[in-house]
Design a protein around this ligand. Sequence first.
Ligand code: SAM
Ligand code: SF4
Length: 383
Amino acid sequence: MSVLGVYIHIPYCLQRCTYCDFATYVHTEIRPPQEYVALVKKEISDKKNLFRPQELKTIYFGGGTPSLISAELIVDLISELAKFGYTTGPQTEITIEINPATVDERKLEIYLKAGINRFSVGAQSFSDRLLKMVHREHNADQTKQTLTLLRKYKLNFSFDLLFALPTQTLNELRHDVEVAVELGSKHISPYCLTVPEGHPLSKNRPLEEEQIEMFQIIHDALTRHGQSRYEISNYAVPGFESQHNLLYWTDHEYWGLGLSAHSYSKDSPWGSRFWNPNSLDIYARQALSGAAQLSSQVEVLEKHQALTDFCHTSLRLSEGLSVDKLVQKFGSETSNQVKDLTQALIQHQLLTFQDQSYRLTEKGILISNQIFEKFTFLKSDLA
Ligand SMILES: C[S@@+](CC[C@H](N)C(=O)[O-])C[C@H]1O[C@@H](n2cnc3c(N)ncnc32)[C@H](O)[C@@H]1O
Ligand code: SF4
C-alpha cells in the first residue's frame, strides 16, 4: 500500500557543533523562525499537488534543532499540511528532534496536544569532557533531565549517541552505553563519527580495531537489553522502530519541506528525487517566487539508479534485500544479475542468504560502504 511521510527541516541551532555537516545556522544569525516557517507554509501550498493528499504515515521535524523554535510554530506546520489534505490520524508517527535543555513542560504539552508522539534526543555522549570537545551546548546532566522529563510523561523517545570521538576511551564508551540503557529508551541510534580528512576532529581518533570494539560493545549491550539492530545505525525494542526512517529504507514516498530537504516520488516508472537548496537565501527566493522545482534540483531515476538505491537501502536493514521484492520491482532477469553479484560476497561471509533475503553479516556491516559499491549500477550493467 502506498504511504507517505513528510520531513520538515528546521535549520536553527544554539551553536554549530564542530562535526556537523547538516544545513543549519546559529539562530541569531538568520531570519527569525516565524519568517522561515512562513516560507515553508508557502512551499506546502505551492507544492500541494506533488503528492496525493492523504492521512500521513509519518511527519518528522528534523534539523538543526526543531525544539529551539516556539512549539506554536511547529504546530502551525502540522495544521498547514492538514489544510491541504495531508492529515494526521492516531496511527501517524510524528517525531521531533530535540536537543537537551531546549524543552520544558509547557512546550512538551503543546507538542503532545498537536499529536507529536515520538522524541529523538541528541544526547551524543554522557561525558562532559567529550561534549565540550565537540562544542555541544549542553552537559550530561541536562540530557538526563530532558530524558527524565520524557520518562515522567511516559513518552516514546529515542536518542542519538556519537562514538569513536577523538581521544574517546573504551571505558568512556562503556559508560555512555551503560547510562543509555539505564535511561530506558526503546530506541537508540549509535552513530560512528564521520568527518572529512583533515577535519580538526579527524585527529586522535580511536584506532580502527578500537572503533570495531566500540561497535561490538554497543551491539552487545543494546541486544542484551532487549533492543535489536534493525538498521546499521539503529536499534530498537521490537515495535519501536522509527517508522519515518523505515520509509527511506523501504522504497516508500516522502516529501521533504524546508531548507535542504529531499523528496522521493513514484510519479515516473523508476521514481524521481527532488531537493531544496542548502542556502537559506536561495531557498527563500525560490519559496517566495513560487517557482516549480528547478531542473537542477530534480532527478528522474532510470532503472539502474533505482536498482542501486533499492539495493543500498535494503541492505542497510537487518531484514536485508528481498528476492521477491527485487523481482516484483525489477523483474527476474535483473534479480538474477543481483544474485550473481552476491555469490562472492556470500563466500567471503560478508553476506548471508536467509529467508529469501540477502543480508549483511557482522563482518559485512563493518565494511558496508565497500559492499554497497558492488551494488552501484551503471546503465550499461543492466541487460
Ligand atoms: C540531524 S542531526 C542533529 C540533531 C540535533 N540537532 C542534535 O544535534 O542533537 C542527527 C544526528 O546525526 C548525528 N550526526 C551529526 N553529524 C554527524 C557526523 N559528522 N558523524 C556522525 N553522526 C553525525 C548526531 O548523532 C545527530 O544527533
Ligand atoms: S545542534 Fe545538531 S544540527 Fe545543530 S550543529 Fe549541532 S549537531 Fe548539527
